[in-house]
Design a protein around this ligand. Structure first.
Ligand code: ZN
Ligand code: ZN
Length: 235
């Protein structure tokens, strides 16, 4: 079946995202947009995934727990998992790799953790947008250990991307990449490695209106996280 997706969405836990990116608002907006499956990918944290998992079930949309990891080289990598349990275990690992720099709410914004009724249960104290100590060349294998898939994010953006910070699209075991320009021909001619690997097109939404409408899709056996990860791994 065709599954219409948006696999790069930030919640109110990301300092740069709107506070109305609550679990239930995201799930309901994605349903209105006509999507079949969404992922939550906050910077260096999965802590709003349990709430969005519940909200997605209530809204009737499939959910992939995830995170946008910032590597030691300041490359952003979307990490997606087939189960909430695996995502939360990865979250624990990443938390230990994050420098304990206090978040200054007035400068960087709030980092809100919510329950499945959109009530704030905590404010994450350390800056989530910092680079972790995890190196880009280890990410694909590391995420695979947790049964997930790692996707270099917005590879054609001039900041926090592999092309900006490494000068190329590296062959570090990644099987799929994310593009913002969606200019596949130009990217393949510039980076031949992309000939063998598909590109995903997501919104990187930081506000509700940015969640993408029904458009990009992927062929899956079943519309759930496990089938989606399996489909991406086969690419
Ligand atoms: Zn990013
Ligand atoms: Zn992002």
């Amino acid at each position: 079946m065709k599954a219409y997706y948006d696999l790069h969405i930030h919640s109110c836990l990301s300092p740069c995202a709107d506070n109305d990116m609550t679990p239930n608002n995201i799930a309901n907006m994605a349903v209105l947009a006509g999507l079949d499956i969404i992922a939550l990918t906050d910077h260096n944290s999965c802590k709003n995934c349990p709430a969005l998992n519940d909200a997605a079930i209530r809204a009737g949309i499939a959910f992939v727990p995830g995170m946008e990891l910032c590597t030691a080289e300041e490359c952003h990598v979307i990490c997606l998992f087939s189960t909430l349990k695996a995502a939360m275990e990865f979250d624990e690992f990443v938390e230990r790799s994050l420098p304990p720099i206090q978040n200054h709410v007035e400068i960087f914004g709030e980092q809100l953790i919510m329950n499945n009724m959109d009530y704030v249960t905590a404010s994450y104290p350390y800056m989530l947008a910092s680079a972790t100590s995890i190196s880009i060349d280890n990410v694909a294998a590391l995420v695979r250990q947790y049964g997930g898939v790692a996707i270099p994010a917005h590879i054609d953006r001039p900041s926090f991307s592999v092309t900006a910070n490494l000068g190329t699209v590296p062959d570090f075991g990644f099987c799929v990449f994310e593009s913002v320009s969606r200019n596949v021909d130009e990217l393949v001619s510039k980076y031949p490695i992309l000939e063998k690997h598909p590109l995903l097109f997501n919104s990187d939404a930081h506000m509700l209106s940015q969640i993408q409408d029904k458009g990009p899709w992927i062929e899956v056996e079943k519309c759930d996280a496990e089938s989606f990860i399996a489909a991406l791994e086969l690419t």
